[in-house]
Every structure is written in structure tokens, then in C-alpha cells.
Design a protein around this ligand. Sequence first.
Ligand code: AMP
Ligand code: FE
Ligand code: FE
Ligand code: ZN
Length: 279
Amino acid sequence: MAVDLHVHSSVSDGTEPPDAVVAKAASLGLSAIALTDHDTLSGIPAARAAAASLPTDLVPGVELSVDHDGLKLHMLAYFIEPDAGPLQDRLAMLRAGRDTRNVVIVERLNALGYPITMEDVLRHAGGDAVGRPHIADALVEAGSISSRSEAFEDLLSDGGRAYVERKRLTATEAIDLTIQSGGVNSIAHPLTVNTDASILRSVLGDLRDAGLVGLEAYYSEYAPAIRSQLASVAADLGLVATGGSDYHGAGKPGLEIGTGHGDLVVPGAALEELRQRRP
Ligand code: AMP
Ligand code: FE
Ligand code: FE
Ligand code: ZN
């Protein structure tokens, strides 16, 4: 049966509560989903409670933004419980880094003539991981911009006019902390790493040697031929080919849980392989 190992809820920048996301996954016939909100596990208890009475398993996860040799990548961590622990404790610091960064972005926007406040931003946040998507929502509400993606184009994207960096882990720190917390990592949407194929491959080899377990090959935004190529890269490197939709509810219009744009299938075997590779 199919699974979805990359899903966001309203505790970060998705728009639907964790229990609603799990209920939707069950209605779509998925055998399991991983809730992977940015920098927070606060949606896991409600998601798990919803899954308890449904035929869909809930994998506790989180998505991290990391640096490696000057490259920016996103890393998924699976089997991380919402308790105290090495990675869990570091997430609190990462969220604090978001909060201070967000204030500076709002100041920059004000200086650029966009009169939004932090209160406006927080009204769009449903949980404890607040970020650029919520700032984008506040800009849309103020009427100056029409969508989240338009807000990113010129203002909020990396290098955009109101962009401000935030504290990130290095990739190897994230892997070490994940292993210490009993989890495994997969590199999310690997083609957003802005580099050529041979460098990406050598980075993946280095990270595998550092304890990386998976590579997100079956990603909603990639064409089927690209998914197959990435699954071959994963197999060559001894990594598990994982996959997911990166569902964000109305935050990424046109994407469905499990099937993405309609053609995504993430095999349940990917989750079984991840389970077998737990530390
Ligand atoms: P932050 O984690 O606060 O730095 O914000 C980054 C998040 O914004 C990413 O993880 C995406 O979920 C989202 N994002 C990035 N680019 C775009 C875009 N062009 N349109 C909508 N959302 C985006
Ligand atoms: Fe996101
Ligand atoms: Fe991501
Ligand atoms: Zn994501």
C-alpha cells in the first residue's frame, strides 16, 4: 500500500490541523504518513491520537533546514518522538532563531513600505514554528501581494529584498542528533540543492558515510523519469529511496496528500526499509 513520508500541518506552514491531515490520508487509502513539520514535533500527539482509530499509521517526523559546505539542503528526520532528547532539544533553539529572524524580516518589509506587524504574522501561524510562509500570508492579507509564492519571488526568497538568514544546523550535526534521538534521515527534494549532478552525488556519498539513510526520490514536483533516476542514485549509494508529497494544504495549492499532482506513488516498502535502518 502507498504511503506519504513528507506532510506539513498548521503547526508549521501547512494550513490544516494535524488530526485533519491524518483523517484525509486515511480517506485517501494511505497505509502510513509521516508528519514532518518544519522544526517542530508539536503536531505529533494530535496526529497520533487521530491515527489510533484509523487504518493509517503515523510516523513522527520533522523537516530541518541545514547547511553543508556552503550548500543549503532540507533534511527529513523520522521516528523522532515528541519528548526531551538531543534533536528535540535543539529544535527549541531553532524555533527561537526563527522568532528573532522573523522580527528583522518584518522590519525590513516595513522599511520597504509594507506596513505589516508581527501580530499580523502570528495570526496566520497555527503553532510554534513560525516562518516566511506566515509573513507571506500577512502580506497577502494586507493586499499588496496576491499569493504566498508571489511574496517569495522578490521579497522573501533566499537573497530576496527582505530576506534574513536564520540559524541552521550543519548536515552532519543534524545526522548525529537524529541518530542520538533514535531516528533516521532522508534528504528532502534533493534537486533544490543548487548544484550540479556530480557534486550532488559526492555530497550524498559524504553524508551517507556520516550516517544519512535516505534520499527523497519520489517527490511530487519531480517528473516520473526524474523520480526513477533519483531512485537509481539512491540504490547506487546504498540509500533508501523515500518519497512524499510535501503537502501544505492551501499553502501549496494543487497538491494532494499521497498522490501529489496526481501521479505520485510512494511504495510502502520505503517505510519498511527506513524502519529496518533505525539505529
Ligand atoms: P522558513 O522556514 O521560515 O525559512 O521558510 C521556508 C519555507 O517556505 C519552505 O520550507 C517552504 O515550505 C516555503 N517556501 C519556500 N519557497 C516558497 C515559495 N516560492 N512559495 C511558497 N512557499 C515557499
Ligand atoms: Fe514548508
Ligand atoms: Fe522542504
Ligand atoms: Zn516540506
